[in-house]
Structures are given as C-alpha cells and as structure tokens.
Design a protein around this ligand. Structure first.
Ligand SMILES: Cc1cc2nc3c(=O)[nH]c(=O)nc-3n(C[C@H](O)[C@H](O)[C@H](O)COP(=O)(O)OP(=O)(O)OC[C@H]3O[C@@H](n4cnc5c(N)ncnc54)[C@H](O)[C@@H]3O)c2cc1C
Length: 443
C-alpha cells in the first residue's frame, strides 16, 4: 500500500512539536510512522504529513542488573535484542520481524508467539513519554496518567507521539531455544494442540495449510536452561546469514519464489511442507532464528507480485473458533481465493483500550491480490468480518485492510469507542493526528 504525503523526520521532541505547529497552520493532518511494517494503512496519510520516527533511534539507558532498558521510539526490535542479549536478556514480546520500531510496536500493541503467557508488549512497559498535539510532554505508566497509558499503547498513534519507552526485559540462560515440532491433521487437532500445549511451553504457534484445509504443524518452544555457552549469546551467533548456503544473496530469494505464488504453486509448497513436517521431532535453534523466520527472506512480500497481499487475521473465542474458521476456509475454497499461508496462535485478553486479544485463538491468512480478484477478495473478507462478529471475535488493526467503522464499533463496543474519542478530544483537540486507517475505522 502507498499514499503520497509530506515526509518529515524529526530528531528531537522540539521538532515533533514544530511539526504539530506547522500542520495546524497549514491545515494538514499528521500520521506517525515507525518502520511502516504494518500490513495495512496504519501509518499512511494520503495528502498529509508522515512523521517518520526512525531517526530517534538511540538506546538511552540499559541496566543489565535489572533488565530495564530505556529507548527512543525509533529503536527497532533488532537494535533492542542485539543490545540486551549479550547480557543474558531477551525482549519479552517480539513480532515475527525484528525490523519494527518500539513506537510502532506500542502503537499496535503487538503480540508474540507467547501471547497466552506474556500478554502483549504493553504489559512489559513500565513507563513511556509522549508528546501530545497540544505540545504537552507527558509521562505515562500504569499508575501515572493510567488512562493514557492504556490507550496510547494500542492507540495507533492517534493520541500522541511516543518518544521514549522503558521496558522490562526477560532473563534468559542460553542463546538457544528448544523447539518441539509435530504434525496436525485437521484444524480441530491444531486448535486442541495449541490449547493443550500452551500451558507446558513458553511459546506455541501453528502453521496451517489453508489450501488443502486443515493439515498443519505445531512448533512449541521452551527457553533452554542447560546450555549457558556465552558464545551463543553473541550477536554474531544469532545474526541471520546474509547469503543462502553461503552463496546466494538472500535479497534475491524472492525472485525465485515468485513463480510459486499462484494457486498451484502454493498448493505444491503447502503440500511439500506438510509432508516434511510429518516427523515429530525436537531441535534447538537461536532465538533470532526462532522468532524472525520471515526476516530470512528480505522483501518476501514481493513474491506475491505487483499487487501484493492482504493479511487477514481474526481472533476468536475458544468455543467458536473451529466452526467459524472452518466456514471461512470452505468459503475461500469455493470462491477460488485460497490463502497461501495460515498461522495460528493462542491468546489471552489484556487491559488496553483498542485491544485485539481475547481468551482464544487467532488465525492469520495471507491472500494474494491480483487485478482480477481484488473486488471478489474484498467482498469475501467483509463476509469474513461478519462471521467473526457473529462469533464474538476481534480484529487487529495492524493487519486487516477491509475493517470498516461499523465493524470496529461492533467488536470494540460503543463504550470503548466513545472513551477513545473522548481521550482524543483531550489530547488532540484540533484533530491533527489522523491516518488512512483512522479515517477508515473511526469514520
Ligand atoms: C513479517 C511481519 C511479521 C509480523 N509479525 C507480527 C507478530 O507476530 N505479532 C504482531 O503483533 N504483529 C506482527 N506484525 C505487525 C507489526 O508488528 C506491527 O504492524 C507493528 O506495529 C509494526 O511496527 P512499525 O514500527 O513498522 O510501525 P508502523 O507500521 O509504522 O506503525 C504502526 C502503528 O503505530 C503507530 N506508531 C508508530 N510509531 C509511533 C510512535 N512513536 N508513537 C505512537 N504511535 C506510533 C503508527 O501511527 C501506526 O498506527 C508483523 C509484521 C510483519 C511485516
């Protein structure tokens, strides 16, 4: 997705304030942007200003004794783990790519493969500072300005600009993680595995073949306690290699994947992956390799071709998930619009205002967009939204790109939407912070 806008890269809080003054004077809106890795229009602002926070990227304080780290908002997860890992710490919650910024991670309130155990990233923030469009600089923690703490985190950059964050890291004893892999034959088996496996593991995630519908594999992973080799804590040990088999630059890999990103090719990949995953086995790998699999293939999204993909992620309560996703997958098959990749996770609810999580599961599906399927796909995803609403489910604003204002009100509830709008009036009385996403989901 793209949208033309004015691009401004502040280096200080003062410059952020100046951007707000300029926007007010010129009658423009501002969208805050981290690394721009959301799958949708969360950090786009057609015709307005994009405030790019990536130049505010200093780790300000690091205390290896307590595991507390204070960073500017443009620090990426990559910078963060590389700073703390040599001292035997790891970020408690990470996304599937390390290229995201802390500001963006808080704006969407990201979850990891351990959401059922560790919650969202916001639950590990002890404090952050933010600049409001009024020019006020505020500090928020669960106890101080609590209402803004629980709404700026998850608030999609619509209430204020997070400038610095203090986070509690997780102590680890080894640079390795132990992964148990086993196949699942049906969606039902996959959801049962996630539910029954979660209490026994630090992380759990499912891969689902959404083409043949139901074949899959579970990866359940645990921190390692018996291999304290300091060499494995080194960044050089963890860093993903830049060449495949030591020869081919990984940056070229997506060109070789493109021919497989069509219905028969995706069937072949999914079937091959399932056959390869039939053997139940256990292996150890680095933290970076386990968490950031997609970073192995830079620009993997280009494999989908010029129109890209839509990632559709829905969150469903335990008792309606199987029925609803079974219906969705059957509909996608019937319409000839299969998802090429399915990823399932186990979740728990949290206290953030625009929360996506609940006591249940999520399924993320990647749909290829083409000139000819665009309308049909959009219609199908809106049908999916209705199924999710009827099943008591929720949506994640960093992913789906079809969710409407009606759907948003229906799943968040009028009370949460009103509360958010009231807070927005307080922090942003002139309505300077807006994004394409905001206009879509709040009307
Ligand atoms: C390959 C891949 C894997 C992913 N895996 C996961 C996953 O496992 N779990 C998960 O939860 N998400 C996942 N995501 C989504 C991603 O983590 C989120 O979209 C995240 O918000 C992106 O961070 P960013 O820095 O790119 O932010 P952007 O996309 O630039 O912005 C995200 C939102 O945060 C706001 N924002 C940005 N900076 C600030 C700031 N300083 N202050 C206030 N608001 C701000 C923006 O306005 C926007 O609304 C994945 C994305 C990709 C591409």
């Amino acid at each position: 997705m793209s949208a033309p806008s004015y691009h401004f890269t502040p280096e200080t809080s003062e410059e952020i304030y100046q951007a707000f003054q300029l926007a007010k004077k010129e009658g423009l809106t501002i969208t805050i942007r981290g690394a721009g890795r959301s799958y949708n229009d969360a950090s786009l602002n057609g015709g307005g200003i994009v405030l790019d926070l990536t130049a505010m990227n200093q780790v300000l304080e690091w205390d290896p004794a307590s595991g507390l780290v204070r960073c500017e908002a443009g620090v990426t997860l990559e910078q963060l783990w590389q700073k703390v890992l040599p001292d035997s710490w790891w970020p408690p919650v990470v996304s599937g790519t390390m290229t995201t910024t802390l500001g963006g991670c808080l704006g969407a309130n990201i979850h990891g493969k351990n959401n059922f155990r560790m919650g969202t990233i916001g639950e590990h923030v002890t404090e952050f500072t933010a600049i409001l469009p009024t020019g006020a600089e505020i500090t928020c923690s669960p106890k101080k300005n609590g209402d803004l703490f629980y709404s700026i985190i998850s608030g999609l950059g619509m209430l204020g600009v997070i400038t610095a964050v203090t986070l509690q890291m997780k102590r680890i004893e080894s640079g390795l993680i132990e992964v148990h892999a086993w196949p699942t034959r049906t969606l039902e088996e996959q959801l049962t595995s996630l539910e029954e496996g979660a209490p026994d593991h630090d992380y759990i995630v499912g891969w689902l073949d959404t083409i043949t519908i139901g074949h899959g594999q579970i990866h359940a992973a645990d921190y390692v306690h018996d291999d304290p080799d300091p060499a494995k804590m080194k960044v050089s040990y963890q860093t993903l290699p830049s060449r495949l088999f030591g020869v081919m630059p990984k940056g070229l890999l997506h060109y070789f994947m493109t021919p497989f990103f069509n219905n028969p090719g995706a069937w072949l990949i999914n079937t091959g992956k399932y056959v390869a995953s039939l053997r139940r086995h256990t292996f150890r790998q680095s933290h970076a390799a386990f968490h950031f699999l997609l970073d192995y293939i830079p620009k993997w999204e280009l494999s989908y071709g010029r129109n890209g993909l839509i990632q559709y992620q829905s969150f469903l309560p335990k008792d309606t998930a199987l029925r609803t996703w079974t219906e969705m997958l059957a509909t996608a098959k019937e319409r000839g619009l299969p998802s090429y990749l399915g990823v399932s996770k186990r979740h728990r609810p949290d206290d953030f205002l625009l929360s996506h999580a609940l006591d249940g599961f999520s399924l993320a599906m990647d749909f290829k967009v083409t000139d000819s399927n665009r309308g049909n796909l959009s219609e199908m995803l809106q049908e999916f939204d209705q199924l999710v609403l009827e099943a008591g489910g929720r949506f994640y604003f960093a992913k789906n790109s079809e969710t409407t204002a009606e759907t948003t009100s229906a799943f968040l509830g009028d009370e949460a939407v009103e509360k958010f709008k009231k807070l927005k009036k307080r922090t942003d009385p002139n309505g300077l912070l807006e994004s394409d996403l905001y206009r879509r989901i709040f009307g």
